[in-house]
Design a protein around this ligand. Structure first.
Ligand code: FAD
Length: 511
């Protein structure tokens, strides 16, 4: 019997397109499709993505490792995972349709993505399938509330975070408090292995190497090879048990102190779950459920406390993630590089390549900035407080266009996520959705003294300065710098601050 004949005997098979939702649990599209009949999963690779032109090496490594894990997990549920290549982004609709037809599927299922290019791609895919009489089913797996559903009294998107978060919590309490919050279960095991036996898993091509489709073509150069980090399985395990253990350990042991510890980069005060949320190895409902469960386990917990878990700072951070998704969907101009605040587009950035290179390499002569950039290079991740310090340093004190920093982060972060990264950069450059005025300028010396008072974080990533006491480590003298082989500061802080204020004022006051 041919593959097609076997499949025809199994009418009602559904194709689930996995993208940034690489999980079997809390995956609405996968679960709902499995309720309707047999499921085949697919992941599409484009050569631009896989050859690392845009995303970081560590993020692609994590996706690659995760796909292998997922293939096993899906296999144990009787679900084959196909991996297809599309030469270009615009070829994805056709590639998916061809696969769908060859497998005689009756419907396509996926969870929405919100950036502009992804939304356009998804509309094109939907059009292709519907034109062939195939059904398309879309879900919101990446957020609790889809963009456009958390609005002001005038039915508009909020311009700043705090009232957005208030409304989000209000809606959450109205929508979920009665029934609790449960992540979607894993799909049931398919009744027979017939699909898996006849449609074997596809091999996952090693990323970073030319794909079949693009072999023989002259390649565009991927980003600077000298920054290529290696993926560390010990830091970022891809298997589900390890990821869930990490979530549970955080929720049970560190969540309670998160409000106090989260700004101290030398402490393991935050969850470090962002890479998993970005690629969808972990679902947002799973995170909220873990927070709720940990509140229930606190000694003396009662209904008030149970209700209060939703107000904790960690949930606020998860709401930030959602806020930036809503902002991006409400303001498509952001996706083509525009600032949220129109005046931000008038800033006259300085094309200072030397300063930019020193920043990228962690050689600015500002220890806290260099520690952050070196943490990024060594691990693929950077602490949130230090992301704010390094981003504000580049955008304000060197006046290098924040878009360059945004792209560099995307190319090096293991959790690189367009909406959160863009939102974080616009916030740091004071051109984004933020209540603070443009003249807020972080003083890197003061930030370092406040958030790394003992200099432990700097010592960890800037070994040249290891011997310096806490009092000197954040602002070594020129003599110390030269003795220890550490670079002189690339700017004078006070002068740079004055210059930044003048340039920003020109854009914001007179622009
Ligand atoms: P936790 O403190 O444990 O927070 C839990 C989760 O909430 C995070 O995993 C993340 O998904 C979300 N979150 C936390 N803080 C923020 C925030 N400020 N904005 C949006 N979501 C948040 N986050 C990314 O996931 N991807 C990015 O590419 C990214 N780029 C950033 C760039 C800049 C310039 C700045 C200032 C922030 C950026 N962030 C980004 C947000 C934040 O720094 C990271 O989410 C956080 O450091 C991840 O660590 P964690 O998992 O330990 O977070």
């Amino acid at each position: 019997m041919t593959e097609r004949q076997i499949l025809e005997q199994h009418a009602q098979q559904h194709l689930v397109w996995l993208r940034n939702d690489l999980r079997t649990q809390d995956n609405p599209a996968l679960y709902e499709a499995s309720q309707q009949g047999h499921v085949i999963a697919v992941f599409v690779i484009t050569h631009k993505q896989w050859e690392s032109h845009h995303d970081s090496h560590t993020k692609l490594s994590l996706i690659y490792q995760r796909l292998k894990v997922l293939q096993e997990e899906l296999g144990s549920l009787g679900i084959p995972l196909k991996v297809i290549e599309a030469k270009q982004y615009s070829h994805i609709p056709q590639a998916l349709l061809e696969l769908g037809k060859s497998l005689s599927i009756s419907g396509l299922w996926f969870n929405n993505e919100y950036p502009l290019n992804e939304s356009r791609r998804d509309r094109a895919v939907e059009k292709h399938f519907v034109a062939e009489g195939l059904s398309v089913h879309r879900f919101h797996g990446d957020v609790i509330f889809p963009p456009g559903s958390v609005l002001t009294g005038q039915n508009e998107m909020f311009q700043v975070f705090t009232p957005f978060a208030r409304r989000w919590r209000q809606l959450f309490r109205q929508g979920f408090s009665k029934h609790g919050l449960s992540p979607y279960p894993k799909p049931k095991r398919q009744k027979s292995d017939i699909l898996l036996n006849n449609i074997p898993h596809d091999d996952i091509p090693p990323f970073g190497e030319p794909l079949k489709e693009s072999q023989g073509r002259s390649h565009e150069k991927s980003h600077d090879e000298s920054y290529r980090q290696s993926y560390r399985d010990d830091l970022w395990p891809a298997n589900s048990q390890a990821i869930h253990r990490k979530l549970t350990a955080f929720a049970q042991k560190r969540l309670e102190r998160y409000g106090e510890d989260r700004d101290m980069p030398s402490l393991p005060g935050t969850s470090t779950l962002s890479p998993y949320l970005t690629i969808g190895a972990l679902g947002i409902r799973e995170c909220l459920a873990a927070a709720e469960k940990s509140a229930a386990k606190q000694p003396g917990s009662n209904t008030t406390l149970l209700d209060e878990w939703l107000d904790c700072t960690w949930v606020t951070e998860l709401i930030w993630r959602e806020f930036y998704r809503h902002i991006m969907a409400a303001h498509p101009k952001i996706s083509w590089g525009k600032c949220f605040r129109p005046a931000g587009d008038n800033v006259r950035w300085d094309d200072n390549e030397k300063a930019f290179q020193a920043w990228c390499e962690g050689n600015t002569g500002f220890p806290i900035v260099d520690a952050g950039m070196r943490q990024l290079k060594q691990t693929g991740w950077m602490h949130n407080r230090v992301r704010m310090i390094t981003a504000a340093f580049l955008a304000k004190l060197t006046l290098v266009d924040w878009h360059k920093g945004e792209a560099f982060f995307m190319q090096h972060l293991i959790d690189g996520d367009f909406a959160s990264n863009n939102g974080g950069w616009q916030w740091s450059a004071s051109v984004g959705a933020d209540a603070a005025p443009y003249f807020r300028i972080f003083n890197p010396y003061r930030q370092a003294e406040r958030f790394d008072p003992e200099g432990e974080y700097v010592r960890r990533f800037v070994p040249e300065l290891q011997s310096l006491p806490a009092k000197q480590i954040h602002k070594p003298s020129l003599e110390q710098c030269r003795q220890l082989g550490y670079p002189d500061p690339i700017i004078d802080y006070s002068q740079a601050r004055k210059r930044a204020l003048a340039v920003l004022e020109a854009a914001f006051k007179h622009g």
